[in-house]
Design a binder for this molecule. Structure first.
Ligand SMILES: O=c1ccn([C@H]2C[C@H](O)[C@@H](COP(=O)(O)OP(=O)(O)OP(=O)(O)O)O2)c(=O)[nH]1
Length: 174
């Protein structure tokens, strides 16, 4: 059973801007548009206004995520992805876009969809300082400790079972 939506106060800073909306019922992100047209040369970045500000309930935050279509088609990235909109922030939501395509210019018209906003509950923590942390299987391993970007078979060889060479290649997608 789905939970009821969270009520959020929103203010239009541009009278014509469409309110952020879910494109489909099951979507996590609400589409954000730019209220300004923009032209981004390869390697260029800029801060685009969305024409809306929010008052999120305490205990929530909104995260400005990239849109995969713009990333795949145009090389568009959000430099600080995901951007964090704090519950107490009452200013205009803005989006830091960057054109990472090495050759093509990216153009936006007013009200083009540039990003998506995901609203989530966030926990507050209370730290308890200790001299030693409890052990774990990963311990301090990180930053590639399980191998490169392959399946990790080389790093975990001692754990693996012997398979026929053809099957092994299949498992590796070769
Ligand atoms: O993509 C983003 C990221 C942030 N913000 C707004 C909402 C957020 O609450 C505020 C501050 O963001 P953040 O904490 O990331 O910025 P900062 O560089 O740490 O600045 P500050 O010192 O104001 O916290 O800016 C946006 O509109 N878009």
């Amino acid at each position: 059973m789905s939970r009821p939506p969270v009520d959020v106060l929103i203010r239009r800073l541009d009278p014509e801007v469409p309110l952020p909306a879910y494109a489909h019922p099951g979507d996590a992100g609400l589409d954000l548009v730019t209220t300004e047209a923009a032209v981004l040369a390869p390697g260029e970045r800029t801060l685009l206004p969305t024409g809306v500000s929010l008052a999120l309930p305490d205990g929530y935050a909104a995260f400005v995520h990239p849109r995969s279509g713009l990333a795949a088609r145009c090389g568009l990235s959000l430099l600080n992805a995901p951007g964090t909109v704090d519950a107490g922030y009452r200013g205009e939501i803005k989006v830091i876009v960057a054109n990472l395509d090495p050759r093509e210019t990216v153009r936006f018209e007013r009200f083009d969809r540039i990003a998506q906003l995901v609203v989530q509950q966030v926990e507050k923590v209370r730290f308890h300082e200790v001299e030693e942390l409890p052990g774990s299987a990963r311990a301090a391993g990180g930053f590639g400790s399980t191998g490169g970007h392959g399946t990790g078979t080389a790093a975990r060889q001692e754990d693996s079972v012997v398979v026929e060479s053809g099957l092994d290649a299949d498992l590796r997608g070769q």
